[in-house]
Design a binder for this molecule. Structure first.
Ligand SMILES: [Cu+2]
Length: 151
């Protein structure tokens, strides 16, 4: 009889605790944008900076942004397609997760690589979630390069 009471008490406690844990998880899921770590908090008001791709190269050649901001490369060249991508030519693997070998695969989404020549008048945008100083270049003319600093 006593053992039975104890078993019920243990069961009731376990149910109570699991209920609390579930509630906490739900609150966390709902409030992650506000209560997450600093990396998430900094992207609350994301900005986009534009770099023009001209016949003379990237303009400006260097931009400084905040984590979670986006850089948009616009091809204002009168030439053919321009291909902005992470350093380093020809592998493009310097930015975390990137690499030219992912172009044309399901992994192409979300890598710092246009994976094609951007025609005049069009653009390529990439959102930087990793802090650091990231070199990039024009894969169609690897003598042209620039830098994105993510703070
Ligand atoms: Cu390249």
């Amino acid at each position: 009889m006593k053992a039975e009471s104890l078993a019920i008490l243990v069961l009731a406690t376990a149910l109570f605790l699991s209920g609390c844990a579930q509630q906490a998880a739900q609150q966390n899921g709902n409030g992650s944008a506000q209560t997450g770590n600093g990396a998430i908090a900094e992207s609350k008001n994301p900005q986009t900076k534009t770099i023009e791709i001209t016949a003379d190269g990237f303009s400006p050649g260097k931009v400084t942004i905040k984590q979670g901001d986006t850089v948009k490369w616009v091809n204002n060249s009168y030439e053919t397609g321009r291909w902005p991508a992470s350093a380093k030519h020809p592998t493009h693997t310097v930015y975390p997760g990137s690499g030219i070998q992912k172009c044309g695969t399901a992994g192409q989404e979300g890598i710092f690589d246009a994976c094609r020549g951007i025609p005049p008048g069009e653009s390529f945008s990439f959102t930087f979630n990793d802090k650091g100083s990231w070199g990039f270049h024009d894969h169609t003319d690897a003598t042209k390069f620039g830098q994105v600093v993510v703070e």
